[in-house]
Design a protein around this ligand. Structure first.
Ligand SMILES: N[C@@H](CCC(=O)N[C@@H](CS)C(=O)NCC(=O)O)C(=O)O
Length: 121
């Protein structure tokens, strides 16, 4: 199935240790995500390079936003930003980052804007 901007997507190839590490990190977060194997798909590889600006795999997209490879995902987690991004379905990356800074202001509930909190995630 083709991923949409509502999905968390990990583009991978065969025999890719960094891909495995990215999936293990996301598994630990208990979020569902789609894995797209682009091993023999030159067209997708070309698209991915353009979309991510990087030529290695994995490439991770969180709700349509390119976050880079495993190192980038890990850095986001270490910086305490990944959980909010994963919870911020439907929001842009910028909004997800803002969510973190606004969390204590009362505008947000459980990491998502109150006005969206009635929607299922
Ligand atoms: N810093 C990158 C490293 C990714 C990486 O080196 N991936 C390997 C496969 S496991 C790759 O794409 N190698 C092909 C290349 O470097 O062109 C990350 O953390 O995702």
């Amino acid at each position: 199935m083709t991923p949409s901007a509502d999905d968390i997507v990990v583009y991978v190839t065969n025999f890719c240790p960094y891909c495995t590490r990215a999936k293990v990190l996301l598994d630990r977060k208990k979020v569902s995500y789609k894995t797209m194997d682009i091993t023999n798909n030159d067209e997708m590889r070309t698209w991915l390079m353009e979309a991510s600006g990087q030529r290695t795999v994995p490439q991770i997209f969180i709700y349509g936003q390119s976050v880079g490879g495993f190192d980038d995902l890990y850095a986001l987690d270490r910086a305490g930003k990944l959980d909010a991004m994963l919870a911020a379905k439907g929001l842009t990356l910028a909004a997800a980052r803002k969510t973190l800074s606004d969390r204590s202001s009362g505008k947000f509930f459980a990491g998502i804007p109150r006005k969206l909190s009635h929607q299922s995630l």
